[in-house]
Design a binder for this molecule. Structure first.
Ligand SMILES: C[S@@+](CC[C@H](N)C(=O)[O-])C[C@H]1O[C@@H](n2cnc3c(N)ncnc32)[C@H](O)[C@@H]1O
Length: 368
């Protein structure tokens, strides 16, 4: 389903943040880094051949973190249009549960930021409308690329054509089809020309806008939102730009709303979400963390997901990808009582969404 395939990791730049170190320590750290650098390809070669169980031991994780922080984290920060349908079904399932509490009769406003050709937003609309037909979803995709926005607007996908030049997803690619093998039949129809067209009931109420997520004027363009999805768009940005952008995106979300945030540097995510008082939702944490097959190959790929480390004090913020924005009532209470951040409990009914269902008798691999 790739629209643009990332190259393999190419550790080159030395990017470790030494700002917290004393001057002597910083020099030692730099020296160590330069000494080890020639051995990085060798270590990577060995690492990839180690048994998974061994790689997950604490000493191995520490070594992995060292290599990630020093040789990988700052590399290869270019943006691509890489996307596919149902990229993280566990994350969508959590979002579906969260919005089930949305007040009836009020439109649910959703923005997909960095939407590429629209696969993420159409997937979200598909699941929300399948399970909550009573929801009035009003959705908007934004992207800086006019080409992908045009493809998203048409909602027609063709095999083996680069997405920015007319819209295609590789529908025979293994990634989506192995995650939720039958879902695409419910999302798209095949046209007489052999293209794939998003069904009308999913396209309804969606608009597509060329806009820049880093623009401080974004709120005036798209207005307040109940849900903002910012996946795989902030990671390639420089840290300072990503942080400012994230803070701006959170301002778009109304009290009680939801942020879906993935594909971003984990240190940055943890620090900023804590400082903004967001509430990490940790249901399905492990399924969500491992659902996207492109997030593997840690620590050698910048966008890879490190193994979850529950011993980290910040693990809720670091690994959660769905966050609640405090409601007006919660804000009032927080102002009245000085209490530590709570982890939002999601009490909505659980949808049964099979991650591995290949049974074609179950539409879309999903059962209610
Ligand atoms: C890797 S794709 C992610 C698509 C989708 N969100 C997903 O996760 O599958 C990133 C998209 O973000 C867009 N993008 C990059 N910088 C942006 C910005 N400042 N504002 C809006 N879109 C941006 C790119 O053009 C690209 O289409």
């Amino acid at each position: 389903m790739a629209t643009h395939v990332h190259d393999s990791a190419r550790p080159s730049a030395v990017v470790c943040d030494r700002t917290a170190l004393e001057p002597g320590e910083a020099q030692m750290s730099r020296l160590l880094e330069l000494t080890i650098k020639p051995f990085v390809p060798f270590v990577r070669h060995i690492w990839r051949r180690l048994p998974v169980a061994l790689r997950q031991t604490r000493p191995a994780r520490r070594i992995g973190t060292f290599f990630y922080d020093h040789y990988v984290r700052g590399t290869y920060r270019d943006q691509t249009h890489y996307t596919w349908f149902l990229r993280n079904i566990a994350q969508l399932r959590l979002l579906t549960e969260v919005v089930s509490a949305h007040p009836r009769g009020q439109p649910l406003r959703i923005a997909s930021i960095g939407c590429s050709v629209g696969a993420e937003l159409y997937s979200t609309l598909w699941l929300l409308r399948r399970y909550h037909p009573w929801l009035q979803v009003v959705a908007r995709g934004i992207d800086t690329s006019a080409n992908v926005i045009e493809v998203a607007r048409k909602g027609v996908y063709r095999l083996r054509t680069p997405s920015p030049q007319g819209g295609t997803l590789e529908l025979n690619g293994a990634k989506v089809l192995t995650t939720v093998p039958n879902a695409l039949n419910d999302i798209m129809d095949m046209t007489p020309e052999g293209d794939f067209r998003i069904k009308d009931w999913i396209r309804e109420g969606v608009s597509w806008t060329v806009a820049d997520a880093t623009d401080p004027g974004l709120a005036a363009i798209i207005g307040p939102q109940d849900v903002v999805i910012a996946c795989n768009v902030l990671g390639p940005m420089d840290d300072a730009i990503a942080e400012a952008c994230l803070r701006g995106l959170v301002k778009l979300i109304v009290p009680g709303g939801t942020l879906v945030l993935d594909g971003i540097d984990l240190d940055l995510k943890s620090r900023v979400t804590q400082s903004l008082g967001l509430k990490p939702m940790t249901r399905y944490l492990e399924e969500i963390h491992t659902a996207d097959p492109t997030k593997g190959d840690w620590p050698w790929t910048r966008w890879s997901h490190e193994p979850i480390d529950y011993q980290r004090a910040d693990w809720h913020y670091r690994y959660a990808t769905v966050f609640g924005v405090a409601s007006s009532d919660e804000r009032r209470q927080e102002n009245a009582i000085d209490r530590p951040d709570a982890v939002l409990a999601v009490d909505a009914p659980v949808l049964a969404v099979s991650m591995s269902n290949t049974d074609s008798s179950t539409p879309a691999g999903i059962a209610r």
